[in-house]
Design a protein around this ligand. Structure first.
Ligand code: PXG
Length: 445
């Protein structure tokens, strides 16, 4: 069976023009891995081969693929109104979606700014932080603090506060005045932790060191992923985020949680802020808000931050920031339908319920060839492999390719294989994911 219509049949020449993102282009084009159809927990290749999706696309299709209510909402909206100007104009679905997002957010965090991706959400939050300090009369607070092994997308703001060397080294000096906390990953202390690791809360105290070095009056905000996704599913040590909150509050520094991955169910609740019971001043989101169907991102800000801008003449624009496609009507239609579906099917609760199943299954791989650590929280899990001598990432990439050959989509991040199944995942899917990975590890050199 072939799933491709004539229109999507690809001649090898057609692979030439597309410069693929974060991809080994030459390797891919020599042996393409294509998707042509998706439904529920599965993708199908153009040739009709079934692939179990262990990663919700790229951490985004939290409701599962091609869910009918979302598909229909997008179709209906596309046929009704294609676009509405974003500046000095509105459309009802933007307000509806903002209201729904605010209702899911922690109390007092009820102002929502829309953009189109996680990277834009991060740049938006960093800009709001700087502008907020300024409108409050603290214009000397211009420093931004990120963390090693942080991923905050690929805008200049995001790579500056981010802590992934490969994403930084090619791109010049980036934003000035940025500093970084140490990362919290430590196999010596925390290998094979189930849920949050016990060791490492004290690493938040490094913020006190940065405050002593730079002085609090120069620091606008700290941004961290509550759970670092892209650099290998690094859970926050018990007590770490609370400590960061205490120190930021004490020094008048804003705390931004980058929840592009963690918001909308991944950890078994609407946000990591709620699951971990630590309230930041801003939350960035993207991915799960539309279950990956239409690009969308945004920032949830505290009422206090928002209200600080609502001064000056009522006819004046309060924040000089926004995108042509902020609150794009197709994304809003998808977002409203997605949040409704999460609610109708109790998918955040379902994620919490399935988390122990994933935990048990993934930790059963302990002792498997090449495995040196396993970690998990909610519906996110990582299996870390011993690197092949002299070839960083090679064994893990081969493992990723082996899983693809065996009909399983996972994600490789350095030496880590990640799982982040859709919130509709069933026990049998999880079992198949682990069996497949185990078999592949058995044959990978
Ligand atoms: N912040 C965080 C925390 C993210 O995880 C971004 C910002 C940027 O989002 P956009 O929409 O601009 O890509 C992300 C994106 C992976 C993986 O394999 C993770 C992301 C994207 C692609 C792959 O872990 N996260």
């Amino acid at each position: 069976m072939t799933l491709l219509s004539d229109q999507t049949q690809l001649h090898p020449d057609k692979l030439d023009a597309y410069w693929m993102p974060f991809t080994a282009n030459r390797q891919f084009k020599a042996a393409p891995r294509m998707m042509a159809k998706a439904e529920g927990m599965y993708y199908w290749t153009p040739e009709g081969r079934e692939i179990l999706d262990g990663f919700s696309g790229l951490w985004c299709c939290n409701a599962g693929h091609n869910r009918k209510p979302i598909v229909e909402a997008i179709q209906k909206q596309a046929a009704t109104m294609d676009y509405a100007p974003a500046f000095q104009m509105g459309h009802p679905l933007a307000f509806e979606l903002a209201d729904r997002v605010a209702k899911l957010a922690p109390p007092g965090m009820d102002k929502v700014f829309f953009c189109n991706s996680g990277s834009e959400a991060v740049d938006t939050a960093l800009k709001i932080a700087l502008a907020y300090q300024r409108v409050k009369g603290e214009a000397s607070r211009t420093r931004l603090i990120g963390r090693e092994r942080g991923y905050h997308g690929v805008g200049f703001g995001g790579i500056s506060v981010g802590g992934m060397v490969a994403n930084r080294k090619m791109f010049g000096t980036m934003l000035g005045g940025v500093d970084h906390l140490p990362h919290t990953h430590n196999l010596e202390h925390n290998a094979y932790s189930k849920g949050l690791p016990a060791w490492g809360a004290h690493l938040a105290d490094e913020l006190e060191r940065l405050v002593a070095l730079h002085d609090a009056s120069t620091i606008a905000a700290v941004i961290v992923e509550p759970m670092a996704g892209s650099t290998g599913v690094l859970m926050p040590p018990v007590g770490y985020l609370k400590r960061l909150r205490e120190i930021t509050k004490k020094h008048g520094i804003l705390l931004i949680f980058d929840e592009v991955i963690t918001a909308f169910g991944r950890l078994g609740g609407a946000t990591a802020a709620q699951v971990y019971d630590v309230q930041p001043d801003m939350i960035t989101f993207a991915k799960g808000v539309t279950s990956g169907t239409v690009p969308m991102g945004g920032v949830i800000a505290s009422r206090e931050i928002h209200d600080a801008f609502m001064v000056g003449p009522p006819g004046a624009i309060e924040l000089f920031h926004g995108y042509t496609y902020s609150a794009h009507v197709l994304a809003c239609a998808a977002g409203v339908a997605t949040l409704q579906l999460y609610d109708d099917e109790g998918l955040f609760e379902r994620a919490a319920k399935m988390a122990p199943v994933l935990e048990q299954a993934v930790h059963s791989l302990k002792g498997t060839r090449h495995v040196i650590d396993i970690r998990n929280f909610g519906l996110a899990a990582a299996v870390e492999l011993e690197p092949r001598a002299g070839a960083p990432g090679a064994r893990t990439f081969d493992t990723y390719l082996g899983c693809w050959d065996d009909g399983l989509l996972v994600r490789q991040a350095g030496e880590i294989i990640c799982f982040a199944p859709a919130l509709i995942v069933e026990e049998s899917h999880i079992a198949r994911m682990m069996e497949t990975l185990k078999a592949v590890l058995g044959r990978v050199a």
